[in-house]
Write a protein that binds this ligand. Structure first.
Ligand code: HPA
Length: 262
């Protein structure tokens, strides 16, 4: 079974026992630099691990300590639009659960559907809309809410204390890989979406059904299609990611510290 082989490969190489995992979205991969004592494993070297092909998604598992806590970063995630089915897309999440991870912080880059959420806005995901109309095979029941209320409230408090502006919102998952049409963005807005992106929802569902606590944080990297002045492109997404990186890094570190303390 590919899961067993992957676990064996990883366990032979790490000394840590991470209970917190952070999935780093487009342009956010450098967050792992904040950790110490890191061991990076290329996902292409891990037996049975599906491969990622997206620019800006490095494809590494980085084990280390952050604020004294054993953590693991997923640098580069898998997307449904890369051709993986949802079981493959969520393989890393099941792997994390097997490694003992109890909390999962999912970050992503998203388009702003809510016109008040300008590029650079940091948004806690309080709920989602599954606009791909597809669900992964779930190991257990999904308990609601998908995104942990207490952890989210604590994280908001951390942001406030650090003077980092954040908002709450609903994330809509579209399958991609093409960006939405302006008409789709208007439809999503009418349905109550604040942001739109091509990841996170399958991971959150699987993590939740495995009993993990899930925290979701979107970086609004661009106005969604039809709402901005410029046509959308992946470079803008990466550029905004770079711009907010410092605040994001501070914030995530603060959230991890608070998580240890609580
Ligand atoms: N749409 C979908 N996914 C995205 C976007 C967007 O506008 N920006 C970053 N990821």
């Amino acid at each position: 079974m590919s899961m067993e082989r992957a676990l064996q490969y990883i366990r032979a190489r790490i000394q840590t026992r991470p209970t917190l995992a952070l999935v780093l979205g487009s342009g956010l991969g450098s967050l792992a630099n904040a950790a110490s004592g890191t061991i990076a494993l290329a996902t292409t070297d891990i037996p049975g691990y599906p491969t990622s092909t997206v620019v800006g998604h490095a494809g590494k598992l980085v084990f280390g300590t952050l604020a004294g806590m054993d953590v693991v970063f997923l640098q580069g995630r898998l997307h449904r639009y890369e051709g993986h089915d949802l079981d493959k897309t969520t393989f890393p999440i099941r792997l994390l659960a097997e490694l003992g991870v109890l909390r999962l912080l999912l970050t992503n880059a998203a388009g702003g559907v809510n016109i008040d959420f300008r590029p650079g806005t940091l948004m806690w995901i309080t709920d989602h809309i599954n606009w791909a109309f597809e669900v992964p095979r779930l190991p257990g029941a999904v308990s609601r809410p998908v995104y942990d209320r207490v952890w989210t409230r604590d994280a908001m408090e951390v942001a406030r204390t650090m003077n980092i502006a954040t908002v709450n919102g609903t994330y809509a998952w579209t399958r991609g890989p093409q960006y939405e049409t302006p008409a789709e963005v208007r439809a999503l807005g009418a349905m109550g979406a604040d942001a739109v992106g091509m990841s996170t929802v399958p991971e959150a569902l699987v993590a939740n059904s495995l009993g993990m606590r899930v925290l979701g944080l979107s970086t609004i990297t661009n106005a969604a299609a039809g709402l901005g002045t410029e046509p959308l492109n992946h470079d803008e997404v990466l550029e905004t990611g770079r711009r907010v990186q410092k605040d994001l890094q501070r914030l995530v570190l603060g959230v991890v510290e608070k998580t240890i303390a609580s």
